[in-house]
Design a protein around this ligand. Structure first.
Ligand code: IMP
Ligand code: MG
Length: 185
């Protein structure tokens, strides 16, 4: 797999543009984040909740670097339709079965754009009385207008472009890429 897919034609409309974060850069930063998280939560029970599907690769890599016991669950919420535009509505498709009451809950997200998805989930999980609730996101576009809770852990500030790879998709394509690339406009 080439690390520079510039100009790789996937279909007539959708073409990868530039590699924004290379695999080695992501790997390094994810390791740092895992260490930070392990040091931040000194006591208590820690539960990581990954937002499906986008965070699957990030979460899988991240937990290997969190050097303290923790539980892992997922939540499936969709705010996007099939393409690049947000529908503005959040649908919950899988609600974690793990009990969150009294635990330190860390929501793990791939990317924050409008913040709609997380705002919805923060309200949902706060009502379940965790010991604490924080957000870890790999990418932050820093364009969200109203965020109920700012992420405590951020991998990278991201350009306001549509990004794919390392879990992020465009209509379910490109999730498998080990790097993050932008799509041509
Ligand atoms: P928000 O609710 O607008 O913050 O959007 C969050 C969700 O939208 C993320 O979990 C992603 O699934 C998706 N998303 C936002 N920006 C991008 C992008 O640039 N590429 C791929 N997915 C994105
Ligand atoms: Mg998506």
């Amino acid at each position: 797999m080439p690390d520079q897919p510039t100009g790789v034609s996937v279909s007539d409309e959708i073409v990868l543009s530039d590699v924004v974060f290379e695999a080695t850069v992501i790997e390094q930063r994810v390791a740092e984040l895992g260490q930070e998280i392990g040091e931040y939560y000194r006591s208590g029970e820690l539960l990581l909740i990954g937002l499906l599907k986008g965070s699957f690769m990030f979460l899988a890599d991240l937990v290997r670097y969190i050097q303290r016991p923790h539980e892992i669950d997922f939540v499936a919420a969709a705010s996007y339709g099939s393409g690049r535009e947000s529908s503005g509505q959040v649908h919950l498709r899988y609600d974690p079965e793990t009990d969150v009451a009294g635990k330190h809950v860390l929501l793990v997200e791939d990317i924050i754009e409008s913040g709609t998805t997380l705002n919805h989930l923060v309200r949902l999980f706060r009502a379940r009385e965790p010991a604490s609730l924080e957000i870890c996101t790999l990418l932050h576009k820093r364009i969200a207008k109203e965020t109920v809770l700012e992420p405590r852990f951020v991998g990278f500030d991201a350009p306001a472009k549509f990004l794919v790879g390392y879990g992020l998709d465009c209509a379910e394509k490109f999730r498998y890429l080990p790097y993050i690339a932008s799509l041509k406009e």
